[in-house]
Unconditional design. Structure first.
Lengths: 438, 169
């Protein structure tokens, strides 16, 4: 085995286990490997790679979507979306569970953050569902899983990261490609909700409680109240598709719209708390962007050492069956996802696996959607799962109990992942239809 | 003294970040406005945006380190006892110190000196490319400084303010 790769893996693995910040672990492992391989001027070239890795107009959408999401999420967004979702789904059996799922999908899309969806939507929906007799661990499990669908439904920051590491592919095509897979996973989760609700008798024939939320205001009023927030997504997608804006410009317009809604129209974010919101957004930006910076240094080292080529040859040598190879990649990513967060996993594994997928004739857009769907599952699994952990702390339960309640939802997400992996039209049909992809 | 320096830095970095974010949003919106309404996009808008992006990113990195918010994996460490936890925390802060000082700080400084000497300019803004890369060592030295502070206070037994909860529990 390549000596540099061995050192890289060794340093990376051991430091990671000691709870060192992962961005710094990637940086140190890259530096040590480059030094051991006898590269000259390691310090200078690494710091240059970090700086130039961020020198990309497309990446600017990340701080903007973060800021827009923070502004939108700070106010009563969750409440308005819940009312809207309740007036559509509240009348069905297990209504509150369905309402929770749809709310997480919409909230996750608008705020761009699965974690924010768990805490904001979960903070309201979990206690409400507990009160109406739904099992607590079921509620937490559902919220955690449903929140991840917002990463597939655009706008989505992790897609921008993927588009940039996968050498500047079309962000608009990627955004569109996520729409149907995101809805598919959401629908599968809803199917689980319906089955479990029937078995356990949640919500009766008509979920009176959800219907009660719905009937507080008429459907039209609820829709009207949720419209300005939903328009954010419409503006972003519509603006990009009509060719009015680049994705980055659309994200700046999203900030403007979020600001107008939160500060001027709803007045849920007072002027004096704006600095706090902005600092929080800058901090989140830093967390993501330092990963992108060291990720680009790492990816340059991997390319020079021809490691993607090696992995590709190895995988293609094991089997010539594309189904088996994609299965192998998916299993590896599932394992990675259980202990690694999504952004670092995308940064580290895209340069390694994308050439394999392309070698099999897979569209890079399709592979990106598969990867994000796959790593979403990891956000809900122990030992490290942001959504699972956050759900447990919001809903006050423990990880072991919730993990058991997760089982049917894991099954639904696996079905979704398999369908999205092996049926490329799920991802590619919409961008092709709208002419964003050949 | 230490906490004063720290809170001043947090205050200063925070306001700097706010200003950079605000200018960024206005800059990109101005780019859209000039293209759509005036028919000809001001060329400097995209270059300024990329310049400020690298600065907000590395400033944000320093802020996130100060607030102890960077992503990590605590599967193993969460099973450690108090003393072992403390040793591992000292170790991780030393790692951060080493990387931010050596790569971002020293490497970044030499990179900037190179770039300032080379006379390479950002074409529309007409300033040296060195100003772009300067964000790397500035962030590196800031992080290194606070990592050193964290290591010292952990060794002296005071705990780090942001993770005192973990140390005491």
């Amino acid at each position: 085995m390549n000596e540099g790769l061995a050192i890289l893996l060794l340093v990376f693995g051991s430091l990671l286990l000691l709870d060192a910040p992962i961005a710094f672990v990637i940086g140190i492992a890259t530096a040590v490997a480059a030094w051991a391989l006898g590269y000259s001027d390691v310090l200078i070239s690494l710091s240059r790679d970090m700086g130039s890795g961020l020198d990309n107009f497309a990446l600017l959408a990340i701080p903007f979507f973060i800021l827009a999401g923070d502004l939108m999420g700070a106010g009563g967004l969750a409440g308005r979306i819940i009312d809207f979702a309740a007036s559509i789904l509240g009348r069905f059996k297990g209504g509150l569970a369905l309402v929770n799922t749809l709310t997480c999908m919409l909230f996750g899309s608008i705020s761009g953050s699965a974690a924010a969806a768990v805490s904001s939507v979960g903070g309201t929906m979990i206690p409400e569902m507990n009160r109406k007799g739904y099992d607590k661990d079921f509620n937490i499990a559902l919220t955690a899983c449903a929140a991840t669908t917002g990463l597939l439904i655009p706008p989505s920051n992790v897609m921008i990261v993927y588009a940039v590491v996968a050498s500047n592919m079309s962000i608009s095509a990627l955004f569109l490609a996520g729409v149907i897979p995101g809805m598919l996973v959401g629908l599968l989760l809803m199917a689980v909700c319906i089955i479990v609700s029937r078995r356990k008798g949640y919500g009766g024939v008509v979920d009176e409680d959800a219907a009660e939320i719905a009937s507080r205001r008429s459907f039209l009023v609820n829709t009207w109240r949720a419209t300005p927030s939903l328009l954010l997504v419409v503006f972003v997608l519509g603006g990009i598709l009509s060719g009015w804006f680049t994705p980055t410009e659309a994200s700046a317009v999203a900030v403007l719209w979020a600001f107008l809604l939160a500060v001027v129209i709803y007045r849920e974010v007072p002027w004096k708390s704006l600095p706090k919101v902005a600092i929080g957004s800058a901090r989140t930006t830093g967390i993501v962007m330092i990963l992108v910076a060291v990720g680009s240094a790492l990816s340059r080292l991997l390319t020079i050492e021809q490691i993607p080529q090696m992995v590709s040859d190895g995988l293609l040598g094991m089997s010539s069956n594309p189904i088996m190879i994609l299965l192998t990649i998916n299993v590896i990513l599932l394992v990675v996802g259980t202990f690694m967060d999504m952004t670092p996993a995308v940064l580290v594994f895209t340069p390694i696996f994308l050439p394999v997928a392309v070698g099999l004739g897979m569209d890079p857009i399709h592979f990106g959607i598969v990867m994000i769907t796959n790593l979403s599952i990891g956000l809900c699994t122990p030992p490290v799962g942001t959504c699972l952990f956050l759900g447990c702390s919001v809903g006050k339960s423990n990880i072991a109990k919730v993990s058991i309640a997760m089982l049917p939802f894991y099954a639904a997400m696996f079905v979704g992942l398999a369908a999205i992996t092996y049926w490329e039209d799920l991802a590619l049909w919409l961008p092709r239809l709208l002419g964003e992809l050949d | 003294m230490w906490s004063k320096i720290k809170s001043f830095t947090v205050f200063f970095l925070g306001w700097l970040a706010i200003i950079v974010l605000l200018v960024l949003v206005l800059d990109v919106l101005w780019g859209v406005y000039t293209r759509k309404v005036m028919g000809d996009q001001a060329r400097w808008t995209e270059e300024l945006a990329r310049f400020l992006l690298v600065w907000i990113s590395f400033l944000g990195t320093a802020i996130a380190y100060l607030d102890d918010k960077h992503l990590g994996v605590d599967i193993l460490v969460s099973h450690f006892d108090k003393a072992a936890k403390r040793v591992s925390r000292v170790f991780t802060h030393v790692l951060v110190l080493a990387f931010s000082l050596a790569v971002m700080g020293i490497g970044g400084t030499r990179l900037c000196i190179d770039r300032f000497d080379s006379g390479q300019l950002l074409p529309s803004l007409d300033i040296s490319k060195g100003w772009f890369y300067l964000s790397v060592p500035v962030s590196g030295y800031l992080i290194a400084f606070f990592a050193l502070g964290n290591v010292i206070s952990l060794i002296m037994g005071k705990g780090v303010s942001s993770d005192s909860e973990e140390v005491s529990s």
